[in-house]
Design a protein. Sequence first.
Length: 190
Amino acid sequence: MSSSLTGLKVAFLVAPEGVEQVELTEPWKAVREAGAQPELLSVQSGSVQAFNHLDKADTFTVDRVVTDVSPDDYAGLVLPGGVANPDMLRQIPEAVNFVKEVFAKQLPVAVICHGPWTLIEADVVRGRRLTSYPSVATDLRNAGAEWVDEQVVTDGGLVSSRNPNDLPAFCDKLVEEISEGKHRQQARSA
């Protein structure tokens, strides 16, 4: 990948446990290889527990607590999936508010698998076109989104993919969208 993100910081927001490890590590690697500094945000300090589907995997040290940062600190946001991760995040007002603020600031957002649950709670999917793990399709439609079954979907700075099999295309597209900077279309959702 090119150094198209040199000097930028990209936020990765995850819950204390339940993030799908590969959906965290592959996008992390992609933004780092593109020159950005990824930062792991969570709702508490310490570490987060990743999973390989339902089995515990590695732990990762939290860089910053979401209540101690501003969207202005970042060039974009990545919301990895896993089932438990977005289910926990959508129940934490501080995490949901951060997502709303990121959209209001028109920053690119990349979300994969079950990650759109957090976007639904933040009420930022209405009128947007995106994809997700198939079991989230009805939730997205009920929240006013147009759900499609495609490898990667981009809608004005919002990048979405279905599952870990889509990671190569997802990573390429999220680096591209972050390198483009702010997207006016993001604010229409916030």
